[in-house]
Write a protein that binds this ligand. Structure first.
Ligand SMILES: [Ca+2]
Ligand SMILES: [Ca+2]
Length: 455
């Protein structure tokens, strides 16, 4: 044994030279930005959890969809090996995200309704496959003010005891009976990271965290009295092989503002939520809705599970708002050309923009690259690998709290999206990686004032 350890250590040292210098190595986000200032960390994700942390992220933005030819798909986003990974691919069958149907899957995650910040420093370490047709982007959108009820969110939690399930299910379906609903609606089913909650105690404040990358997203016209179902086979099988308990979170993550209600475990047995494992029914052992508007209240004994997600905030580039494109890259430009841009006053006739396309010396964005924004009142500065690549100073610079978007779009401008299928299809799948995202509040140290004669 001892000899083997010694040999493997020696082997490790020998291989380590190459392994630790490898381009795909991840790092922890730095303590501070590379420029001197009064920094205080406000947000950090190193993507080293078992899924995408739903206290920080959600799939999709303030409207249901993204620009370009692809749409987010749960199978195209993953947190693995310390990274958030997006995959661009073409599905055999078209799918719908929000209101858009396409065959091209991609990733898009944002901090909308999870974290908003004005000013400070925002940094991500990223890389991606360079391919004509792809349009990776890191950007922010402004949140001007709350709508009437920004906290009017109702999320349903359900727990199932799988002690009697002895083998993996060929098909596991979560089935919910609709109590009340508009003509059409959608809902997401997520996996909870733990089962240590009870329906007698759970509240908005104590709810378990869940994977923001949903297990299923269902769009339906199910009428009251009928059943809806979601395929949750792979997660249920990991739990059958594991602790024999499975917890789900069910909500409307696309902020459609539709009041939907399902029967709960306190309803008549014929109406209760259930898991169907290859035809065998397991009734939910516990369920409860939590309410953002009533964060300390418990609703575990209610006979229904109402879900709701308000629109929340007015997102607009008018007034103090501005879209800040920290980084946009079109595959047609190759690995070292990037664009920084600002857009304001909407996207119609009054639209205004400025920006800069930059060739970054030494940068190769298919290798790990640090991309950052420094933002203060009246000024933004853009950095690639710690070097400033563009800055813009104007009193119109965004002063509204904003949310961050990481997106793997397709298309764009500069003929990047021309002959889309012919350029892209033979080259898919392609990948985009994020090692960390970190944000700080604060301001960089003032440069010394110029001597009088040089003013
Ligand atoms: Ca209950
Ligand atoms: Ca990482």
């Amino acid at each position: 044994m001892k000899t083997r350890v010694t040999w493997s250590l020696l082997l490790g040292v020998w291989l380590g030279v190459a392994a630790f210098a490898a381009e795909d190595g991840t790092v922890k986000a730095p303590e501070n930005p590379p420029i001197e200032g009064t920094w205080a960390p406000t947000f950090e994700d190193n993507f080293d959890g078992e899924g995408l942390d739903a206290t920080k992220w959600k799939v999709g933005q303030h409207w249901a969809g993204i620009n370009g030819g692809a749409q987010p798909h749960a199978a195209n986003m993953a947190v693995e090996k310390g990274m958030l990974v997006f995959t661009w691919d073409k599905k055999k069958e078209p799918f719908t995200f929000g209101d858009k149907t396409t065959s091209y899957g991609t990733g898009e995650v944002t901090t909308y309704k999870r974290f908003h910040q004005a000013f400070g420093y925002i940094e991500t370490r990223m890389k991606y496959d360079v391919q004509r047709g792809l349009w990776p982007a890191v950007w922010t959108m402004p949140v001007l003010r709350a709508t009437d009820k920004p906290n009017d969110m109702k999320w349903a939690y359900l727990k199932f005891d799988l002690a009697k399930a002895e083998k993996p299910a060929a098909k596991a379906l979560l089935k919910l009976k609709v109590k009340a609903a508009p003509a059409s609606f959608w809902f997401d089913v997520h996996r909870c990271f733990d089962d240590a909650w009870t329906q007698a105690a759970i509240t908005w404040k104590t709810k378990p965290n869940f994977d923001a990358i949903y297990l299923a997203q269902v769009k339906t016209k199910a009428a009251p009295g009928s059943w809806v179902e979601a395929d949750v086979t792979s997660f249920v099988n990991t739990q059958i092989a594991g602790d024999k308990k499975a917890s789900f979170m069910v909500a409307d993550m696309l902020q459609s503002c539709k009041a939907v209600s399902f029967f709960s475990s306190e309803a008549d047995e014929a109406d209760r939520p259930r898991l169907v494992l290859d035809g065998a029914e397991v009734l939910a052992s516990e369920d409860a809705v939590v309410s953002g508007a009533k964060p300390d209240e418990n609703f575990g004994a209610e006979k229904e599970l109402p879900i709701f997600d308000s629109y929340g905030y007015i997102v607009s580039t008018f007034e103090k708002g501005m879209e800040i494109d920290i980084l946009e890259v079109l595959g047609i430009w190759g690995p070292a050309k990037v664009s920084h841009a600002l857009h304001w006053n909407g996207y119609e006739k009054q639209h205004k923009s400025t920006g800069q396309q930059v060739t970054v010396e030494g940068a190769d964005l298919n290798k790990w690259t640090t991309v950052s924004l420094y933002w203060e009142e009246g000024k933004v500065e853009f950095y690639i690998n710690g070097k400033m690549t563009w800055s813009y100073a104007n009193e119109r610079v965004c002063s509204a709290p904003s949310y961050l978007l990481l997106s793997g779009q397709t298309g764009g401008w500069d003929k990047n999206g021309d002959n889309f299928a012919a350029n892209l299809d033979p080259n898919l799948p392609k990948k985009m990686y994020f090692d960390y995202v970190k944000m700080w509040s604060g301001k960089k140290k003032e440069s010394a004032p110029l001597p009088e004669k040089e003013k």
